[in-house]
Design a protein around this ligand. Structure first.
Ligand code: UFG
Length: 345
């Protein structure tokens, strides 16, 4: 295998930073493209520190047509072997309020990324998709053959990008593409040096719990306790972000070995579902802090329960999530307690 030279769009973000550390540690060279819209430049320093390696950085906005030429030229000069696309907006509520912005930025940046790789002759791409593309009618565990019917504009941008990439691969069999459908990424690098750094009030469960545990927020609202689940609260497939990062490295290795073109959808999850109450109890044990909570009405758009059938990734990539809910909580807590204000600490 020739040395991997990978473009990582969105490499300074929560998942991207963990992916970068994993790839650098495996000997790859990276060009990170990020506009720091929802990430912090300090993440780049921490990536370098953890991997003991240098990275190239292009601070640019993939969705801005006036920057397109510079991006394509820089990507070509880097002579990549492939790319990982993680750049985009990801807040469900915001996407309902500002759909046009979500379509423009998410679709536009994915398209520029594909075109830049194509111009560089590197037709290999891993796309950061989401289990949010699945509809509500699928039976658990959900396999990749499950029906797709996302319930909000954010989820639709993920699904439409998957479709767009499949069309591109269909027209040109040199393309090798995997759409990774993440379940619920949580946790942080065990060093406590990189982790999730949400802007404002967190939307997602783990960052919210962590901020309650550290004393930044008074209590957690648990959205719904009357779901038909084990204890009435929502059930999700939480996956440690370092397991997820390893899944990206495995996806690139797999694509690198394919002689024929392909465009695959692939779940990355553990296959196990935990309820909100189970997650709260595990975080309490890991942090040794109180996590006050109250039950609140269900949140619009939430499903009762979803967890992955992760067999495809196991069979094709020889990848399987290794870390437990305890690991996820312990590592998330280490990051939160050592960096109470994220990268601003
Ligand atoms: N939850 C609470 N209180 C909170 C936050 C979440 O009770 O303050 C509950 C939710 O109702 C749900 C569970 O915790 O039952 C997990 O919620 P998250 O927001 O952490 O995760 P979701 O499953 O809603 O989110 C996932 C992805 C998102 C994606 C979303 C789309 O993590 O990136 O699916 O539905 F946008």
């Amino acid at each position: 295998m020739i040395k991997q030279r990978i473009i990582v769009a969105g490499g300074a973000g929560y998942i991207g930073s963990h992916v970068c550390v994993e790839l650098l540690s495996g000997g790859a060279s990276l060009l990170i493209i990020d506009n720091f819209a929802n990430s912090h430049p300090e993440a780049i320093n921490r990536i370098k520190e953890l991997a003991g390696a240098k990275v190239d950085l292009l601070q640019a906005d993939l969705a801005d047509p006036s920057q397109r030429k510079n991006i394509v030229d820089t990507v070509k000069r880097f002579q990549p072997t492939g790319g990982i696309h993680l750049a985009g907006l990801k807040a469900v509520g915001e996407s309902v309020a500002e759909p046009a912005r979500y379509y423009r930025i998410n679709m536009g940046s994915a398209l520029t990324m594909a075109e830049a790789l194509e111009a560089a002759g590197a037709k290999m791409l891993v796309f950061s998709s989401s289990a949010t593309v699945y509809g509500e009618e699928n039976e658990n565990p959900v396999a990749e053959t499950g029906a797709a019917s996302p319930t909000n504009p954010y989820g639709r941008t993920k699904y439409f990008i998957e479709c767009m990439l499949k069309d591109i691969a269909e027209a040109d069999p040199h393309w090798r593409i995997i759409n990774l459908r993440y379940f619920n990424p949580v946790g942080a690098h065990p060093s406590g040096r990189i982790g999730e750094n949400p802007n404002g009030v967190p939307n997602n469960l783990f960052p919210y719990i962590a901020q309650v545990a550290v004393g930044k927020r008074e209590m957690l609202n648990i959205f719904g306790n009357d779901y038909p689940t084990k204890d009435g609260t929502g059930v999700r497939d939480y996956i440690h972000v370092c397991d997820l990062a390893k899944g990206h490295a495995a996806a690139l290795r797999y694509l690198d070995q394919q002689e024929n073109g392909c465009a695959l959808d692939m779940n990355l999850g553990t296959g196990a579902g935990y309820s909100v109450l189970e997650a709260v109890a595990a975080f309490k044990r890991a942090s040794n802090r109180d996590i006050p909570y109250a039950f609140a009405p269900r949140r619009d758009g939430d499903v009762a329960e979803i967890f992955a059938n992760a067999e495809l990734a196991e069979n094709l990539l020889d990848w399987r999530a290794q870390k437990s809910l305890e690991d996820m909580c312990a590592d998330h807590w280490r990051w939160q307690s050592q960096n109470p204000d994220g990268y601003e600490t």
